[in-house]
Design a protein around this ligand. Structure first.
Ligand code: MLC
Ligand code: AMP
Length: 505
């Protein structure tokens, strides 16, 4: 029987009484205990009637049980579909229906909201609350603590992670066992993770960063994580003396730099700080080194590809760059119009190929064909160049995307909501610099000639269907939107115009 993901990340830790999760209350879940919980959950998934390849959609708060659900899916051959806890029912319904999930796991407080979706799909619904209680846990407790893992090949799906599309319709990125395995192995090696490491884990576990980069690397190395329920500055600073490494989005590091308790002394024992998911300002990199003596290691990845590049562990970590392609990952810079490879130093679109690159978008062959070439290169939508020393620089995006505090926001999705509001003729949504979140959302509205839009009411209505982090932080009225000769809205002009909306850029 083979299930390489199980063997590598879970099975090999059977019986190991070393810490895996160190929790905020000081309690510890060992590797062996974690595997037992995951096995019990795998039994529940089987008892529900889930077959290998079925999808489990989970919108649950971060907890050891929530993480063990991922482990359970790996063992039972189920495709894990984690969902942002900020999503509204409207947003969730789409993901759950599109994936055809056979089971939904949610907080007890959302059960009544998701019950109609579950009914429509004839899906089982189980609850898992932030404190670890719920129907899922009740059932798991009655189950055996060992589960014979289901056979899986490296080409079988392990997870479905939704990423929004430029048309406003989200796409499910199909990640295989092989994608996750190869990436975690490579990262653990590059970043020299060992069983002695303790990772500060303050990221959410519904995205690639917190779930696959942080967790899989820790599991690969047999290391431990300080598993905080969220990024809480006091908790991070309080627990840092117990950590050896940290992973975070740039907002984590810029927030820590604002805290006078975050000193050279506090961080002197740390081995490594890693940043990704959004651009780390060179300025933050420099300030961080001045304050702590550590050079943050910046890496670059995506939901569809996991990690593509990384600054070196031993060599120079160059501020404002994302380092070199990981071993086995090919990266080229191409002309967006022709796909022809450009010469070194020229800015173009970044394309990547390797064992890390996903299998395609769930039930969207046309979208897959648009972005994943037949020869295996994936068109990332990021713009960049490779410098004379081989470092990759990301200089912009060829996709209409805002990244706020590490969360992706697709303007089209918000524009569709704004356009439907009374008094709005049309809208354009842009990202502008923001000191805390890196970028934040501004909605530019053109009024209908007959009605005057009520901006407060618009924000409130938008809030009913869009997750809070997607809400425009500012709405402005203009007479008309700037357009080019083709009639396309020139968002670059708007971005320039509103770049200081939240203070000097
Ligand atoms: C929370 N809010 C946000 C937000 N996070 N708004 C915009 N952008 C965000 N990222 C909302 C809250 O709901 C709240 O609403 C208000 O903003 C202020 O909240 P806060 O207390 O300041 O936020 P906080 O809870 O501290 O969260 C901020 C954060 C969090 C940066 C810690 O967003 C975070 O953990 N981000 C990490 C995202 C991540 O893991 N991305 C990886 C994607 S994978 P109100 O109602 O109070 O105003 C990927 C691939 C790769 O990209 O390469 O890794
Ligand atoms: P997601 O779709 O959430 O996985 O986000 C992936 C996107 O995040 C990439 O396409 C990049 O635009 C961005 N990203 C990730 N890491 C970095 C980084 N280190 N620097 C700049 N952008 C990054």
């Amino acid at each position: 029987m083979t299930n390489a993901l199980y063997d590598q990340f879970f099975g090999k830790h059977a019986g190991k009484e070393t810490p895996f999760l160190i929790l905020e209350d000081g309690s510890v879940v060992t590797h062996a205990e974690f595997l037992k919980i995951a096995s019990q959950l795998a039994h529940v998934l089987s008892a529900i009637g889930l077959e290998p390849g079925d999808r489990v959609a989970a919108q649950v708060q971060k907890s050891p049980m929530a993480l063990a659900l991922y482990g359970a899916c790996v063992q039972a051959g189920i495709v894990f579909l984690p969902l942002n806890t900020a999503y509204t029912v409207d947003e969730l319904s789409y993901f759950i229906e599109d994936s055809g999930a056979k089971a939904i796991v949610c907080d007890g407080r959302s059960e009544h909201l998701l019950a109609p979706v579950a009914e429509k799909l004839a899906a089982e619904i189980e609850t898992l609350n932030a404190d670890g209680t719920g129907t899922l846990t009740d059932r798991a407790k009655l189950m055996p603590t060992e589960f014979v893992p289901v056979e899986r090949t490296e080409n079988d799906l392990a997870a479905l992670l939704y990423t929004s599309g430029t048309t406003g319709r989200s796409k499910g990125a199909m990640l295989t066992q092989g994608n996750l395995l190869s990436n975690a192995r490579s990262l653990a090696e590059q970043w020299k993770f060992s069983a002695d490491d303790v990772l500060m884990h303050a990221l959410p576990i519904f995205h690639t960063h917190g779930l696959f980069v942080a967790t899989n690397v820790t599991l690969e190395a047999g290391a431990a994580m300080i598993f905080l329920s969220k990024f809480d500055q006091d908790a991070v600073i309080g627990f840092l003396p117990k950590a050896t490494t940290m992973m975070g989005v740039p907002t984590f590091y810029s927030r820590l730099l604002q805290d006078e308790r975050f000193t050279r002394n506090l961080t002197s024992h740390m081995r490594l700080f890693i940043s990704g998911s959004a651009p780390l300002l060179a300025e933050t990199h420099v300030q961080f080194e001045q304050r702590t003596g550590h050079r943050i290691l910046e890496r670059y990845g995506m939901t569809e590809t996991s990690m593509n590049t990384s600054n070196p562990y031993d060599g120079e970590r160059r501020a404002g760059t994302v380092g070199f392609p990981l071993p086995g990952v090919e990266l080229k810079v191409t002309d967006p119009a022709t796909g022809v490879t450009l010469s070194q130093g020229t800015v173009g679109q970044l394309e990547v190929r390797g064992p890390n690159v996903f299998k395609g978008y769930w039930q969207m062959p046309e979208k897959t064909a648009e972005e994943l070439r037949e020869d295996g290169f994936f068109i990332t939508g990021d713009l960049g160049k490779i410098d004379e020393d081989g470092y990759v620089h990301i200089v912009g995006r060829n996709k209409d995307l805002i990244i706020s505090g590490g969360y992706n926001i697709y303007p089209k999705e918000i524009e569709l909501v704004l356009d439907a509001q009374p008094g709005v003729r049309e809208s354009a949504v842009i990202g502008v610099p923001h000191a805390d979140f890196g970028e934040t959302v501004v909605g530019v509205l053109v009024a209908d000639t007959k009605t005057v839009p009520d901006l407060d009411a618009i924000l409130q209505t938008a809030g009913a269907s869009l997750a809070r982090f997607k809400h425009p932080r500012k709405l402005v009225m203009v007479d008309s939107l700037p357009r080019n000769t083709m009639g396309k809205v020139q968002k670059n002009i708007l971005r320039e115009q509103y770049k200081n909306a939240f203070g000097p850029a």
